[in-house]
Design a protein around this ligand. Sequence first.
Ligand SMILES: Nc1ncnc2c1ncn2[C@@H]1O[C@H](COP(=O)(O)OP(=O)(O)OP(=O)(O)O)[C@@H](O)[C@H]1O
Ligand SMILES: [Mg+2]
Length: 309
Amino acid sequence: MIITVTLNPALDKTVILPGFAVNTVNRVSATRLDPGGKGINVSKAVKALGGSTLVLGVLGGAAGGYIQAAMDEMGLKNDMVISREVTRTNLKIIDPLLKTNTDINEAGGPVSEETLEAVWHKLTRAVSPGDTVIFAGKNPPGMPDDRLADWITRLRGMKVYTCVDTVGEPMRLAIEAQPDIIKPNRLELGEILGQTLTDEASVLAAARTLVERGVGLVAASMGSEGAIFATRSQTLRGYAPKVPVRSTVGAGDAMMAALTHYTAAGCSLEETARRSIAVSAACVMCAGSEAPELDLVLPLIDRVRMERL
Ligand SMILES: Nc1ncnc2c1ncn2[C@@H]1O[C@H](COP(=O)(O)OP(=O)(O)OP(=O)(O)O)[C@@H](O)[C@H]1O
Ligand SMILES: [Mg+2]
């Protein structure tokens, strides 16, 4: 089973607002609510690929209730810790007139030690050896920077595969705990190493550095250009097929979902890498944070070009 942990989810509220302006009253012409949060997106994508998945994390308040109801309606198995902190709402303002896209993101409320302990308790009750756990998204304020690293170390001791997709100091410390899979984009990979990665050669070198530090698989994603996949024994370059782009939201999460799902299914690195590019390309063809279904993914698999480096 693939278990995702989303400690700082968000309710994504998208409003269509023609002629958005400051210092005046703006009238919204349409509103859409989507449960957000990287772990939730990963689980949605795993489920669409036919995998078995469980969402763990923290929810609170009316926004949390909405996310819970949406997951239940989608048939997404979840076991959330209910906190007194209200789950954040991230506002996306789409202006079809001015052709602008504005994001107003909240940081999320602080997380208590008691809530973190409750999540860890649910996690240890849910996992079995051979399962995969993915920690995805920014840590909530108040979470100790070394907590993910500590959890990864403990899970590895339980023979559980670990994956992490976060940023900043928690990500750097998590990498020291030698997780099985990470999927930073070019910017995040540079941040981890304190470098600016200007070309493909520097992305490749950075991915290899993290493999040397003990990460099992580094999938360095480069948007429409595809991704580099590095392990101790192999390095592959995958080129994304050209597809009509509707929304790039969650492309990285779809890639993480595919990497874990096909690795757990016993696919080779090359097959896993190829499919992860097909799944993420299918994701950008979908609206909003919708997960790609298999019938959209399958025709793309043969269109992914792979090279050995
Ligand atoms: N325009 C595109 N066309 C085809 N494939 C794409 C496109 N954009 C992204 N992808 C696929 O999605 C993968 C992940 O995209 P990206 O590098 O943007 O991840 P990310 O920045 O982590 O995204 P996220 O916002 O979900 O965290 C890419 O490696 C590629 O395979
Ligand atoms: Mg990402």
